[in-house]
Design a protein. Structure first.
Length: 589
């Protein structure tokens, strides 16, 4: 469903017509739901909720849903989530009055253009996708007069069958299976045969790695049109992505919101049999051959989800820019592979004409930069004159994250895969919960490294590594003393002493593992001593080798020694407290 196609008969060298991607999902003329969602917290007083509900009654607003929960900003408070009907009363006036009664109020609106200070509505749960999945903008069961199947009564009837399946589908249900007739299967076979000849030489390695798996697991072949349910189950096992049937084209905002939940809205119908190499709209050939293979790749799946998450609650102008980013990446993106350009965009991988063209020297190829890509104009009736080249999906993902940070919205979002919900992060409590999750993940990583990394070595090998490092530390320390007392070379002493300390501390890595060592060094009771120790090491070497100041060298050696000593005694129970008590007693005397 990722691309909107128009009836553009673009000839290629052999005179045939092909599936010319034209215009991306439009954002104008969208039919938003007439529902506004509010989140607010009230001051603690008797009858506070009744007073707030009276505001809605006073302005003639019908409430569709209300629920209370502990405040996500302050556990001591409660907040209320309210859905109200925009078609009755004055929502704007009610919001203004309600602000006076609330500690805070945030507006999440689907009809956001009619409200002040509001954030465009976006789904919070995967089930919320049901609310707009049927809001198609064009095609679906109806066809334009210039559509190849417009005068084909049987084809129009068939399209209605597919539209009914999509319109009746709800989240959590298996995607209904369909039996494709002989004409539809023959059309699929033609497209499949032409494109698979080009994939080995034109598609990226991630695509080619997955495609054989689709053949083995999902029935991809010339004589069979794969079922969306089988493909969706396969994707969920690979990357967590899933398919959802859709009758036609969604708005940019709605389509991108689906990607945020790793849901791809896919058409199920097939193009008209009279022109198998041309379609004025995305069809199941485009979805299954162009999009699906890369949604099975974890890095590409995460990149696609990042675009979707960046769109949630974003202003309309940024939705347009994100749609353009989607166009030049997911639909028409190129990437580097062994110093060669390869295609990864679905619009290219489902169009054999442009797939051949995009790797020639004719078009301009520019390094992917989201800030430039988002405002790049593009034609809708010809091959693209400009393509954007990504070094890798990981690189593109990091650049996209930097771009997403510039989108003006008063919150950030985080997807919770366990509950399939979108969490709005706008308070300290959510941040603390995220840090707690990260720490749990870090513990898992450390445990894995303990079993498979350095700590996974045999004890004999680990002891040898520890002993060798410790021996080097002792030799360097002895050398430092000899240089100082026999030659009076303070700088030489500083360098050898510092490296002796580094090898001494580093030797313990073999006993506990690198990440576990770092975790202990930056523990809450040691991180200050660790930072002072590391800084003094750097400054000792700088003072000895660059500044060549004996006074500074001596100062930083002393600081280095004291910091290391304070760090080391932290492993001895009550040692620090004993030292503090002794020092306090001496000062008291």
């Amino acid at each position: 469903m990722g691309t909107l196609y128009e009836n553009n008969n673009v000839p290629i060298n052999d005179g045939e017509k092909y599936d010319r991607p034209a215009k991306y999902l439009p954002t104008d003329n969208e039919n938003h739901s007439s529902k506004t969602s509010l989140i607010f917290s009230l001051h603690e007083e008797v009858g506070a909720l009744a007073k707030a509900l009276h505001v809605f009654e006073k302005h003639g607003i019908s409430l569709l849903h209300i629920e209370s929960r502990l405040s996500r900003q302050n556990k001591a408070d409660h907040e209320f989530y309210v859905e109200c009907d925009n078609t009755m009363g004055s929502v704007t006036d009610a919001i203004k009055e309600l602000r006076e009664e609330s500690k805070y109020l945030h507006v999440l609106s689907q009809d956001h253009k009619t409200l002040d200070e509001s954030t465009p509505w976006f789904p919070r749960k995967m089930r919320d996708l049901d609310q707009f999945a049927n809001r198609v903008l064009s095609y679906g069961a109806e066809l334009d007069s210039d559509h190849p199947g417009f005068r084909d009564v049987l084809y129009r009837k068939r399209r209605k069958e597919f539209a009914d399946i999509a319109n009746q589908y709800r989240h959590g249900q298996p995607i209904p299976r369909v039996t494709y007739n002989e004409q539809e299967t023959a059309t699929w076979a033609t497209v499949f045969r032409e494109l698979t000849q080009l994939y080995p030489t034109h598609a990226c390695k991630e695509f080619n790695n997955v495609f054989p798996l689709l053949i083995d697991n999902c029935g991809y072949n010339e004589t069979n049109v794969p079922q969306l349910e089988d493909v969706s189950q396969f994707l969920q096992d690979c990357s967590g992505f899933r398919l959802r049937p859709v009758a036609g084209l969604l708005s940019s905002r709605d389509f991108l919101a689906g990607l945020a939940f790793r849901v791809f809205h896919s058409t199920q119908y097939i193009r008209h049999h009279s022109v198998p190499m041309y379609t004025p709209e995305p069809d199941v050939c485009h979805e299954l051959l162009g999009h699906v293979p890369l949604f099975a790749d974890p890095d590409f799946a995460e990149f696609s989800q990042e675009i979707g998450m960046a769109s949630l609650g974003a202003p309309d102008e940024y939705i347009t820019r994100l749609a353009t980013l989607y166009w030049f990446t997911v639909e028409f993106g190129l990437c580097m592979e062994n110093n060669e350009r390869k295609a990864y965009g679905a619009g290219l991988l489902s169009s054999f004409g442009e797939l051949r063209y995009c790797l020639t020297d004719t078009p301009t190829v520019v390094s992917f930069d989201p800030f430039r890509t988002a405002v790049q104009p593009y034609p809708i009736t010809n091959y693209q004159p400009t393509y954007f080249l990504a070094e890798s999906f990981k690189d593109a993902k990091e650049k996209l994250r930097q771009y997403a940070m510039t989108i003006p919205r008063p919150f950030t979002v985080r997807y919770n895969p366990y509950t399939q919900t979108m969490e709005v992060v706008n308070g300290n409590e959510q941040i603390v919960n995220m840090v707690r999750t990260l720490r749990n993940d870090m513990d898992i990583i450390i445990d894995a490294l303990r079993k498979t990394g350095i700590s996974g070595l045999s004890w004999d090998t680990r002891i040898k590594g520890f002993g060798i490092c410790l021996l080097i530390a002792v030799l360097l320390g002895v050398g430092a003393v000899i240089i100082y007392f026999l030659g009076g070379n303070l700088s030489g002493f500083a360098v050898l002493y510092t490296f002796a300390v580094i090898f001494g501390v580093g030797s313990t890595i073999f006993l506990m593992g690198p990440l576990n060592q770092l975790k202990k060094m930056f523990d809450a009771t040691r991180w200050i001593a660790t930072l002072v120790f590391l800084a003094s090491i750097i400054m000792t070497l700088v003072s000895a080798l660059a500044i060549k100041s004996g006074v500074l060298v001596l100062i930083f050696i002393i600081v280095q020694f004291l910091a290391l000593a304070w760090y080391t005694i932290s492993y001895i129970p009550f040692a620090r407290n004993a030292i503090k008590s002794c020092c306090g007693g001496i000062i008291g005397v």
